[in-house]
Write a protein that binds this ligand. Sequence first.
Ligand code: SF4
Length: 326
Amino acid sequence: MASERYPVAITPEMAALIDPCDPTDPIAAQFVPSAAELDETPDERADPIADDPFSPVEGVVHRYPDRALLKIVNACAVYCRFCFRREMVGPGRGGLSAKALPAAIAYIESQPQIWEVILSGGDPLILSPRRIKDVVGRLAAIPHVQVIRVHTRIPVVAPERIGAALLRALRTEKATFVVLHANHPRELTPEARAACARLVDAGIPMLSQSVLLRGVNDDVATLGTLMRTFVACRIKPYYLHHADLAPGTAHLRTTIAEGQALMRSLRGRFSGLCQPTYVLDIPDGHGKSPIGPNYVNQRGAGESDAGATTLIEDYNGRRHAYPPKP
Ligand code: SF4
């Protein structure tokens, strides 16, 4: 059974959103195990974006020069059926040990090019405010670390955890961003919106990240509404991830062409504030690349490169020469 193979957890807030009469419910699709998870495809892999080869010490992933990931806990409040770290997270997998955390911080201290540290996991905000304050304080004390970014699902899946103690824990003199992971507009309940408002009102800017998921948000109405909901909550849409090649997740993945068509549909029909960057984490650790549609030099059948003029496609699909004829 899928529930024996991969971790399962859902918070009461998310369980309450599921329509038990809808076999295609988009919230259930994210959290309720499915037999389809037992079907693995040859291109799927346990470590889809290759964290391990880029981990110089336990808990740190250092893939890009100016930023590093600090995975402070390997557990979450919910377990997403599409999680790219599904082989690494699970209940009872605690935080970094008393020995590993100082070694991870020491590594970041030793690398002056690290300008930004991303707290991840797992979900870092399942830790107590005391532990979060300790980690944030240690990072903020490193002179070359100017930005601390926290990736979390907590404001939507367990909004009551965003309380005064946690807000105090996140407060530092360094720029601190919270990046909210949500995939369907229904996740932004009144309680979740209030939790996000507490963060923003405390001076913590918020960004969003979503995963493009078949049957959850792979239609323009749902995706556009999700982005508008973020913006209305003062959360700037940041990333729309193409789903990673995590084991047993093929039933939830779209094609890149489908993702690009959705991005094309968002452009022009929804405010510029509502446009995330569609990205793929290239397997084997080659990093993120934007994979959205290209609007430059879109040529139709019979058009040649001879005497090339740059053509720019507008949001209606019409092409225009640039610069225009005088
Ligand atoms: S909250 Fe994040 S780390 Fe945890 S299961 Fe979901 S996607 Fe994975």
